[in-house]
Design a protein around this ligand. Structure first.
Ligand SMILES: Nc1ncnc2c1ncn2[C@@H]1O[C@H](COP(=O)(O)OP(=O)(O)OP(=O)(O)O)[C@@H](O)[C@H]1O
Length: 247
């Protein structure tokens, strides 16, 4: 089922943005600081109300869904991983089953176990969240999203706090979730990650969607020069590109 924005506008943040995201794929949302990436993700998640336009899940308005149905459909991982209560990692991840109300059922427990394994959290179950490092907490918060088995995973800079191995592992997890039929949209600053791992890239510039295409086209050197104002060159091969920035 598609997730789409139509003519979305939010004063000073987004201007007439329209895009349709498909399940089974990873969409990267890129752009300079302040371009509107987090705002767009928040609108797609139904957490931010746009001044104009609408968000559609399939042919239904996201805003018209009951909160529980919306939470089952869309899992959102915010940029800043604040946890209001100092619960254990096990309790935090189990919260992902809240929209299903089945944390104690066989299916619920299996989903939680899958999320723990996917995020490499074995051994952390009893730890209070306040004692985790930044990267460990980021993995616990992602596990909460995965435990909910949402149709859509919307993640705001999920790689930012992760070391190299856990970045690679997270990208594998997101690819597996996409292969399983979910839709994945991630905000990323690392354009090489978007180039090598996304199926599609949206580029925002000052609130305007300026590219919506396969990575090689959306992140062409000319687009990077225009949007980021940086003289950069792609080197390497498809799937293993690196971006060389000329000073
Ligand atoms: N709550 C808010 N109220 C008003 N303006 C906001 C609010 N949050 C963000 N903005 C502004 O909206 C614009 C887009 O912000 P947004 O956080 O979506 O950008 P971003 O592309 O995610 O940036 P970054 O890469 O720095 O995280 C920015 O100019 C920002 O200052």
């Amino acid at each position: 089922m598609t997730l789409a924005v139509r003519g979305v506008a939010l004063a000073g943040r987004l201007t007439d943005v329209a895009a349709t995201l498909g399940t089974g794929t990873i969409t990267a949302i890129c752009g300079p600081n302040g371009a509107g990436k987090s705002t767009l993700l928040g609108v797609l998640a139904g957490l931010l109300d746009a001044d104009d336009g609408e968000v559609l899940l399939g042919d239904r308005s996201l805003a018209g869904l009951r909160p529980r149905d919306r939470a089952r459909a869309v899992g959102y991982l915010p940029q800043s991983g604040e946890v209001a209560w100092d619960v254990s990692v096990a309790s935090l991840v189990a919260l992902g089953r809240l929209p299903h109300g089945d944390g104690d059922s066989t299916g619920g427990r299996a989903a939680i176990a899958h999320a723990f394994a996917a995020c490499d959290l074995q051994g952390f179950a009893g730890r209070p969240v306040s004692t985790l490092s930044g990267g460990e907490k980021a993995r616990a918060l992602l596990a909460r999203v995965l435990a909910g088995e949402p149709q859509w995973i919307l993640a705001d800079e999920p790689l930012a706090a992760l070391d190299l191995a856990h970045q690679a592992s997270l990208l594998r997890v997101l690819r597996a979730e996409a292969r399983a039929g979910r839709g994945v949209a991630v905000v990323v600053h690392d354009l090489a990650v978007a180039m090598n791992h996304a199926d599609r890239v949206l580029v925002l510039d000052r609130g305007v969607l300026v590219a919506d295409d396969a990575p090689a086209a959306a992140l062409a050197e000319g687009v990077i020069a225009r949007v980021w104002g940086v003289d950069a060159q792609w080197v390497g091969e498809p799937g293993a590109h690196a971006l060389v920035v000329r000073p």
